[in-house]
Design a protein around this ligand. Structure first.
Ligand SMILES: NC(=O)c1ccc[n+]([C@@H]2O[C@H](COP(=O)([O-])OP(=O)(O)OC[C@H]3O[C@@H](n4cnc5c(N)ncnc54)[C@H](O)[C@@H]3O)[C@@H](O)[C@H]2O)c1
Length: 302
């Protein structure tokens, strides 16, 4: 494998003033990328702002001889997203890479969840990724090149108590990625999802004894690969944490086919649940077309 480099590449990393995003920005810059270090600099719950968060990381990159500019805009508005992309275009002339990483937490059990905690989390994670990625995607299309990483979470892909707002936002990003990967394919724009596990201010109280083993720097190599020209994959979800790197996916079981034209009752479904749920022979469809492709032969059989 040749070295993975980023010379002449321009990257935007949102939420890069601390935690995981900072490690991505530092590593991309160390490998030659020009980086827009974006961070609003608020609290873990998304309150307040502090321009020094992004600037400190830019200073670190400059001290190491790299190229970077700071952006203090919030991803949570369309104007903020546009401003972040404009910062890249104005400073470096293009956008090759977007790592959507900015995030906040407003954990509540579902019965107690307030609308403002739903809106705040959807605005930063899900809509924030739209706000930044859409103007960047338009610029990438013009250059026929792009690498996009969305940051989901096992809290959404798998589920975690007390995080309905966060889980919904994070799984929404998987849907965004699934469609964007298809739309970007003809312009060599690859789009993937990372589910990180790392010790940061968002997780330090949740990880217990595992925290020591979950250095943020152990997530960075997976994200750097996905952001690179070397990345061969698109439309995928990867889990990274503690030195373990794995693929996650949505699978489709062969299921139970009632027969062409058959009348099916709820009782029939209940009687065949073992077949419906059996995992042997599952496929990992990469679009709606793949699922229809699996159904078509059944519907065409006599
Ligand atoms: N740490 C983990 O184990 C873990 C697990 C799953 C998912 N994640 C996700 O990884 C991402 C990074 O989180 P982290 O753990 O490094 O936490 P973190 O709090 O250190 O980093 C998040 C950064 O996003 C910034 N931010 C928040 N709102 C913003 C906004 N509106 N505009 C711009 N920047 C904003 C924050 O200021 C902060 O620096 C988040 O999306 C988080 O949900 C983390």
């Amino acid at each position: 494998m040749t070295d993975i480099g980023f010379v002449d590449r321009v990257a935007i990393v949102t939420g890069a003033g601390g935690g995981l995003g900072r490690t991505y920005a530092l590593e991309l810059a160390a490998r030659g990328a020009s980086v827009v270090v974006n961070d609003l600099g608020g609290s873990a719950a998304g309150v307040g702002a502090d321009a020094s968060a992004a600037q400190k990381v830019v200073d670190e990159i400059h001290a190491a001889g790299g190229a970077a500019v700071a952006s203090h805009d919030s991803v949570a508005t369309p104007e903020g997203g546009q401003a972040i992309v404009s910062a890249a275009l104005e400073a470096f002339g293009k956008v090759d890479i977007v790592i959507n990483n900015a995030g906040i937490l407003r954990d509540r059990t579902f019965a107690k969840l307030a609308h403002e905690d739903l809106d705040a989390v959807l605005d930063v994670h899900l809509k924030g990724a739209f706000h930044v990625t859409q103007p960047a995607f338009r610029a990438m299309k013009e250059n026929n090149y792009g690498r996009i990483v969305f940051t989901a979470s096992n809290a959404g892909v798998l589920g975690n108590f007390g995080q309905t707002n966060y889980g919904a936002a994070k799984m929404g990003l998987v849907g965004l990625n699934n469609v964007l990967a298809l739309e970007g394919a003809k312009n060599n724009i690859k789009s993937n999802v990372i589910c990180p596990l790392a010790r940061t201010r968002l997780t330090e109280e949740l990880l217990g004894p595992l925290a020591d083993a979950l250095d943020p720097e152990l997530v960075t190599p997976m994200v750097v690969y996905l952001a690179s020209e070397a990345c061969e994959y698109t439309h995928e979800i990867f889990s990274a944490g503690g030195g373990r790197y794995a693929r996650m996916f949505v699978g489709l079981t062969p299921g139970w086919f009632a027969g062409k034209g058959a009348a099916v009752s709820a009782e029939d479904v209940a009687a065949h649940l073992d077949d419906i749920r059996a995992q042997d022979g599952y496929i990992v469809p990469s679009s709606v077309t793949d699922e229809l492709g699996a159904l078509l032969p059944l519907l065409q059989s006599d």
